[in-house]
Design a protein around this ligand. Sequence first.
Ligand code: PMP
Length: 370
Amino acid sequence: MARRGWGNDMTRSIPGARITRAEYDEVSLYAPNRAVARIDLSDNTNLWGMPPGAAREVHRAASASITRYPPLYADELKQAIAAYLGGGVTPDMIVTGCGSDDVLDSAIRALGPPGTIVAHLQPSFAMIPRFARVNGLEPRPIMMTSEFDADADAFIAARPRIAYLCSPNNPTGAPLSRTSIERVIRGVPGVTIVDEAYAEFAAENMLDLLATSPRLLISRTMSKAFGLAGLRIGYAVGDPAVVAAVEKSRGPYKVSAIAARAAVAALTEDLDWVRERVALAVENRERLVRALRLGGYAPVASAANFVLVPVSDATGADRALRDRGIAVRPFAGLAGIGDALRVSVGPWDMLEECVSALTALAAPGEAGSA
Ligand code: PMP
C-alpha cells in the first residue's frame, strides 16, 4: 500500500493524534523550483564561481578534519569576520551559523517570546514569516512604501518584539533609506534585524549604527558575494549580550569544519577576488537594467546582485524562459508590484541570453510581456 501523507501532510496521516501545533501546520514547506537549468539566474549566488583560497581549503579539509567535531562556536571564523568588517567590530559581537537562514531563525527564537509579533517588510525574504511561525511568534507584514522603502511609522505602530528589515531588499533589490532604518530601530520596543545578505553589492551598509544601537542585529551571508552558498555560512553582528542570546539558541557545531576553513581562507586571502567579482556584478547589473529597459521592461533600480522585473504573467514568462534553458525566480502577485521575475546578475553572456529571451517575450501578445 502506498504511504499516505508524507511531506507537508505527515500530521494528518497519524489518526487521532495531533503531533504539531495548528499554526505550525499552516506553514508551507519552502520549495521553490530548483530544477537544473542551462543558465541558472534564480538564486542570487556568485555565478563567477568560488574564491581560490576557499577552494583549496575545501580540498585540504576534506581529508583532514572530518572525524572530529568542528569548534563549538567557530571562534576562528568570528575573528576573520571581525577583521573583514573592521570599524570596531570584535569577535564577541559575532554569531555564526549554518547559512544566515540559521542565524535569522535562531535570532527570532532567542529574541521573541512565543506569541509576540515579528514585523517584517512586505514583500521581503520569504523565510521570515516561516521562521516566526515555527518558533511560535506572529508574523506581521508591513507593506513597503511606494518608493520601496520601509514604512517606519507602520513598524513602530505594530510594537513588535522583532522588526525585520532587509537592505538591499530581496526581492525588490532596492536599498532601504538610512532614515527609515534608524527610525525603526529607535521606535520599536524590541530588536531590529537588518538583513544585509546583499550589502557587498550596495553603496552603503548600516554597520556604523552598531556603535550607537544596542538593539540592532545585522545579518550577513557568505552565500552571495563570497560564492560559498553550498557550504552554508552566515553570521550576524550586534551587541555582545544580544549575540550571546542568539548563540545559545543557535547551539553548537553549526558551521562544519570544512565550511569554517574555507570561510576563513575566503575572508583572509580572497578579498581581492571577491571585490573584483562584486565590481563586475555591479557593472553587469546596470547593463542588465539598461538592456531590459530597451527591451520594453521597467526593472526596479537595484543595489543587489539581482534585478526585479515586473511582468504581466510571471508563470507564463518563467515557463517560456525555462523552455529556453533559463531559470529565473518568478513571483506571482507580489505585494505592491504584481507579477515579476527576479533575475540574478552574472557574467554577461548568461545575462545576454536572458535579455534576448525576455525581449522576444515582450513582443505584443506574448506571455509575460511588460
Ligand atoms: N537573507 C536574504 C535576504 C536572502 O536572500 C537569503 C538567501 N536567499 C538569505 C538571507 C539566506 O542566505 P543563506 O542562508 O544562504 O546565508
